[in-house]
Design a protein around this ligand. Structure first.
Ligand SMILES: [Zn+2]
Length: 96
């Protein structure tokens, strides 16, 4: 069965209201509220050559946010310093 996605209007097979990509976008919005739209506005409103720089800034911001969340959640666990230092090593490796 074919239908048109309610968000992007492309034709797709299935019985859902949204195509696979738009279903993923809906999931991100459900999980992160306004953040996916902020990221799209921040990245896609720029010329293409500047989008990569902005994507890197957004990725670094997300890593910082996750570090803060992780620090807060680790405060509840024993051995938190050891776990945190191991994770920081992994994050620093990803930043390179
Ligand atoms: Zn769609």
């Amino acid at each position: 069965m074919f239908g048109y996605c309610y968000l992007c209007s492309t034709e797709f097979s299935g019985i859902n209201y949204f195509c696979e990509d738009c279903s993923r976008i809906r999931t991100y919005i459900k999980l992160y509220k306004k953040r996916p739209v902020e990221i799209l506005d921040n990245v896609l409103s720029r010329p293409k050559e500047k989008q990569i720089n902005r994507e890197m800034i957004e990725i670094k911001n997300e890593i910082k946010n996750k570090e803060v969340q992780l620090q807060e959640s680790l405060n509840e666990y024993p051995n938190k310093e050891k776990i945190l230092s191991e994770l920081k090593k992994k994050v620093n490796h990803l930043k390179k």
